[in-house]
Design a protein around this ligand. Structure first.
Ligand code: AMP
Length: 461
């Protein structure tokens, strides 16, 4: 792959230094193709998927055009889901951390309106939101888009799939005519074509091959008997001993079945499927991301928009009927040019699907033999971390520093024994090294955090 340094771009020195500190040495393909045009103010239609580095492409465009001294909304990013909006906002904050006082606000459904309105009154430079909630704010006149210079439609095809077309059009109309519009979409259905023709000005069109086009994802296909499917998954896990693995099943029932089987065999595994409550879903994702759960078993719909870094392994427990979904699944590992590993289990009835995948990826399938998988010594696969749930969150004005302070102060632990701390509305989740988890629970239960004692428990499967 051709490597281009960010320094050839007309970016502010502070942004360049920050990119270096984030470890972004070279541009990804989409960045190299889109950033020169984005920085010149052109409109853009880009066919790129999660994992391509597209967020940084539009994020750097937004930040370059921003006036930090004016606290009005200057950039708006539309995303299909709350999770994606959170990820996008997080990435923009990381990119912006070298510029003083840039406010990035997420406006998504499922959270109360009041605090969002309050934050808007305080002023925000960049808003990242979902169409329904943004429209609500426009309707109530709590969001003013008249100062928007950059409008981004992220995963436009998914927003249209989810039935948001009217909201999208309404929001675009609330932005000034004089603006830059950047549209990202993995596919090009008719509705997206119409939106582009109507609302984009002579856009540059680029299409970037999915980053994971075979060369940095190692794929292996295995033939299994249907009844051996579940056992084979645990065999693969014991052989490879990943810290984080994502297993895809075609149905919710299969997800549940596999998770029951894995848990019975002593793995830390959880299932993610469509009709979970948002609270449950948040908690599952959090425990997987903080490395206290080894295996996440998911359906395709449930895994949409998931951005877990450092995923060692993808296992396709069932072959999907859609080759594009297959490529999407395996692309979860090997993000942003890193090496990835994907295993696919196939049974006799899958022949047609496999030919489709082969044609789609334009590379022959690489077959391996199950007998080559030995369960490496080391016994049970135990996650490195455990999650402590504290019954207090944002509503109690808890901050990560308060919890870290209590753990490293009165409770006597060291900072490197503590992992990610996530504060949600009503509860907080702290990743702890598994070896100290019990002791931490006991000591912290008897400590005061911010002058109060909170109930807490370790989350077990
Ligand atoms: P995205 O496609 O925007 O979801 O980005 C995928 C991941 O790649 C994110 O975790 C980014 O932090 C990371 N990333 C984006 N650009 C680069 C780059 N130039 N070098 C290394 N990592 C990157």
């Amino acid at each position: 792959m051709k490597k281009t340094a960010f320094s050839i771009l007309p970016l502010a020195e502070t942004l360049l230094t920050n990119l270096e500190s984030l470890g972004y040495e070279h541009m990804t393909a989409i960045q190299a193709e889109s950033l020169p045009a984005i920085l010149q103010g052109h409109d853009l239609i880009a066919q790129a998927k999660t994992g391509s580095g597209k967020t940084a492409a539009f994020g750097l465009g937004i930040l370059s055009a921003l006036n930090p001294r004016w606290f009005g909304v200057q950039a708006l990013v539309l995303c299909p889901t709350r999770e994606l909006a959170d990820q996008v906002a997080q990435e923009i904050r990381r990119l912006a951390r070298s510029i003083d006082n840039i406010k990035v606000l997420t406006l998504t459904g499922g959270t109360p309106m009041g605090p969002q309105i309050g934050s808007l009154e305080h002023g925000a430079h960049i808003v990242v939101g979902t169409p329904g909630r943004l429209q609500d704010h426009l309707f109530r006149q709590t969001l003013n888009l008249s100062g928007v210079k950059t409008l981004v439609l992220d995963e436009a095809d998914r927003m249209v799939d989810m039935g948001f077309i009217e909201e999208i059009v309404g929001i675009i109309r609330a932005c000034p005519k004089q603006r830059q519009t950047l549209l990202f979409s993995a596919t090009y259905p008719e509705d997206i074509r119409k939106i582009s023709a109507q609302f984009l000005k002579r856009p540059l069109e680029i299409k970037v091959e999915a980053l994971h086009k075979a060369d940095h994802i190692e794929q292996w296909f295995y033939k299994v008997k249907p009844e051996a499917r579940l056992e084979t998954v645990s065999h693969i896990l014991l052989h490879l001993r990943p810290t984080s693995a994502l297993a895809f099943c075609n149905t919710k029932e299969r997800c549940k079945e596999l998770v029951r089987d894995l848990q019975a065999r002593g793995f830390a595994a959880l299932a993610l499927y469509g009709d979970l409550e948002q609270r449950e879903r948040d908690q599952i994702l959090l425990r997987f991301a903080n490395k206290s759960v080894t295996v996440l078993v998911a359906t395709d719909v449930a895994a949409r928009g998931l951005d877990i870094k450092e995923l060692d392994l993808v296992i396709n427990v069932d072959v999907t009927h859609d080759p594009e979904i297959h490529i999407h699944r395996i692309g979860r590992t090997g993000r942003a040019n890193q090496h990835g590993l994907a295993f696919t289990l196939t049974t006799e009835g899958d022949a047609k699907r496999l030919i489709q995948i082969e044609n789609y990826q334009q590379a022959e399938l690489t077959w391996a033999n199950l007998s080559e998988l030995s369960a490496a010594p080391g016994g049970r696969l135990v996650p490195t971390m455990a999650t402590l749930e504290i019954a207090g969150g944002k509503r109690d004005k808890l901050r990560p520093g308060d919890i870290l302070g209590a753990l490293t102060g009165e409770a006597g632990f060291t900072g490197n024994q503590i992992g990610k701390i996530a504060i949600l509305e009503l509860a907080s989740f702290v990743a702890l090294e598994r070896t100290i988890a019990q002791a931490a629970l006991q000591r912290l239960s008897n400590c005061k955090i911010k002058g109060r004692q909170f109930k807490m428990r370790l989350l077990e499967d």
